[in-house]
Design a protein. Structure first.
Length: 177
């Protein structure tokens, strides 16, 4: 059976995303306005050797539900099967992205250190830039070594929105204790 990559748009409070699933795994949550959007779609198709079909799937529905809960401050982690696309090094970095606690930010240097080698900062930054699963792999939690917001596929406004959302949720949860 020749399965396809299911895709559907999702309008978030901070921008439009394209969600994609393949064989019951989320493989895409990409900002439509990103400069890399078309390149990401090409990379995904080439990596999986499959065509796109604009059609819903149970995985996309689950992703939409979890994103809606996230944006309503009702979800602080995701439990959807993820399919990493990239080199082994990139997959290692993506795995470490998922370990960054909700509501916290770390620098590229800290991520490189966590990933095993502080000298790989540039390679780590490049891997983060190739993340096709925004929000689910929280690259918005990565900041510059100077503690400033730097590069984000959804734009710095979206990155700030996500950071503020997580800080607000964290504060709400702490106040309820």
């Amino acid at each position: 059976m020749d399965s396809k990559i299911h895709i559907q748009n999702f309008l978030s409070p901070c921008g439009e995303l394209l969600l994609g699933s393949f064989e019951n795994h989320l493989c895409l949550c990409d900002w439509c306005k990103s400069d890399k959007h078309q390149k990401n779609l090409y990379r995904l198709q080439k990596s999986l050797n499959r065509e796109f079909i604009e059609q819903n799937s149970p995985t996309i529905e689950m992703a939409k539900q979890q994103l809606n809960e996230y944006f309503l401050c009702k979800r602080t982690s995701f439990d959807i099967p993820i399919l990493y696309i990239g080199t082994e090094f990139q997959k290692h970095i993506f795995s470490n992205l998922q370990k960054i606690p909700y509501g916290q930010q770390i620098s590229y240097l800290q991520l490189a250190t966590i990933s095993g080698n502080a000298k790989t900062v540039r390679a780590v930054a490049n891997a983060v830039a190739n993340n096709m699963l925004s929000i689910f792999l929280p690259c918005h939690r990565i900041i510059g070594n100077n503690n400033k917001l730097v590069g984000y596929a959804g734009g710095l406004e979206a990155k700030q929105f996500l950071i503020n959302l997580e800080q607000k949720t964290t504060t709400l949860h702490q106040n309820q204790l």
